[in-house]
Design a protein around this ligand. Structure first.
Ligand code: SF4
Length: 374
């Protein structure tokens, strides 16, 4: 699978620490550099058929539909792909106007992941999103009118401007709009963000973990009652609408990341990442040089990664692969570390897979990190 990082956004959301620029001055140079990178790395997936191409960011929908098509053409020209390849575009509601959607509907993009976050203006203002509540709803209906059925939306719970009642209304709206996939995250306060600054100055109250916990577990029950499978801590899908791209990532498959700050993984022990700086990225590629650094993952790193990713999913960690891949020394430490947690019901083994029971999924990252090797 291939991930393409579009490093531009219209404005900075208050909670975000991703890599992007709000200046589009070098957009054409950036697109040329990305096409160059696609070409230079065309042999890295070893002729495997692509099952998924994913545009993330940043905000890919700041590009025109023609610019998106030209990047897709470049990928499909140089890589083998399955006929039913999933091509996802992350899009913000304020970009999903009729003209853009019309262009996109004639492109190979067949899945949209919409950065809705909330259907309430107060939440959206706090998050400094570029859209309002009416655009949040209108963009989804418009996308459906243009034939996009494979839709995912992002929703953020636990905002200080929200509460359980508002959250219930957000979820009801999602069901009414017949959206088959939801990615939902707690609002987190990242360092060096506007949100952190406002909280430190007392302008905004800190999100409450207790409230986030309540909203998370309400969502699980609610979405299950409405036919969703909870297949990863933050992801819910109707049957047939699991994200192929993310599922492959959660199953440790190889992926190639194009664009500034994008990461790549060879499915085994090599990880690389591109420079998180637009100008440096463009400069390197314009001289036919890749802008990436590579690291060989130690046994401990590979082990930690498998635990971290696997324990967040319904599939869990495959103990047979773990036994095959890691030394006795590592496995001894691991078996000791999981023993008490299994007795306490925080972990369980099912069909030789180690899993966190769903009622403890809110704490999944903490439970996984207790098992890390250092
Ligand atoms: S649109 Fe997405 S990437 Fe851009 S600032 Fe907002 S959250 Fe961050």
């Amino acid at each position: 699978m291939i991930y393409i990082h579009i490093p531009f956004c219209k404005q900075k959301c208050s909670y975000c620490n991703f890599h992007f620029s709000t200046s589009m001055n070098f957009k054409d140079e950036m697109l040329d550099a990305m096409k160059k990178e696609i070409f230079l790395r065309k042999d890295e997936l070893h002729n495997k058929n692509l099952q998924s191409l994913y545009f993330g960011g940043g905000t890919p929908s700041v590009l025109s539909s023609d610019e998106i098509k030209s990047l897709i053409d470049e990928v499909l020209k140089h890589f083998n792909f399955n006929n039913d390849i999933e091509i996802t575009l992350e899009a913000n509601p304020d970009d999903l106007n009729a003209q853009f959607l019309k262009g996109l509907s004639t492109s190979p993009v067949n899945r949209l992941s919409i950065g809705t976050q909330s259907f309430f203006d107060e939440d959206l203002k706090l998050m400094n999103r570029a859209h309002n509540a009416s655009e949040a709803e209108g963009s989804i209906k418009r996308a459906q009118d243009f034939g996009f059925e494979n839709l995912s939306i992002d929703l953020i719970y636990g905002s200080p401007t929200s509460n359980l009642e508002i959250w219930k209304q957000n979820l009801n709206k999602t069901i009414a709009l017949e959206i088959p996939h939801i990615s939902s995250y707690a609002l987190t306060v990242e360092p060096k963000t506007a949100l952190e600054n406002w909280i430190s100055k007392g302008k905004v109250s800190n999100p409450k973990e207790e409230e986030q916990n309540r909203e998370f577990y309400y969502m699980i029950d609610f979405l299950k009652d409405h036919g969703f499978n909870h297949y990863e801590v933050s992801n819910f899908a109707k049957e047939g609408f699991y994200s192929r791209h993310n599922s492959a990532y959660w199953k440790y498959q190889e992926y190639l990341g194009i664009g500034p700050s994008a990461h790549s993984y060879n499915g085994n022990d090599v990880r690389s990442w591109n420079v998180a700086n637009n100008q440096q990225y463009i400069k390197k590629l314009s001289s036919n040089t890749l802008a990436k650094e590579t690291e060989i993952l130690s046994q401990n790193d590979q082990f930690n990664e498998m635990i971290m990713i696997g324990l967040r999913t319904i599939w869990g960690v495959d103990l047979a692969s773990l036994n095959q891949k890691f030394s006795e020394n590592i496995l001894d430490k691991f078996n000791k570390a999981i023993k008490n947690k299994i007795e306490d019901g925080i972990l369980k083994i099912e069909n030789n897979h180690l899993k966190i029971p769903e009622k403890h999924w809110f704490m999944a990252d903490g439970i996984a990190s207790d098992l890390f090797l250092i």
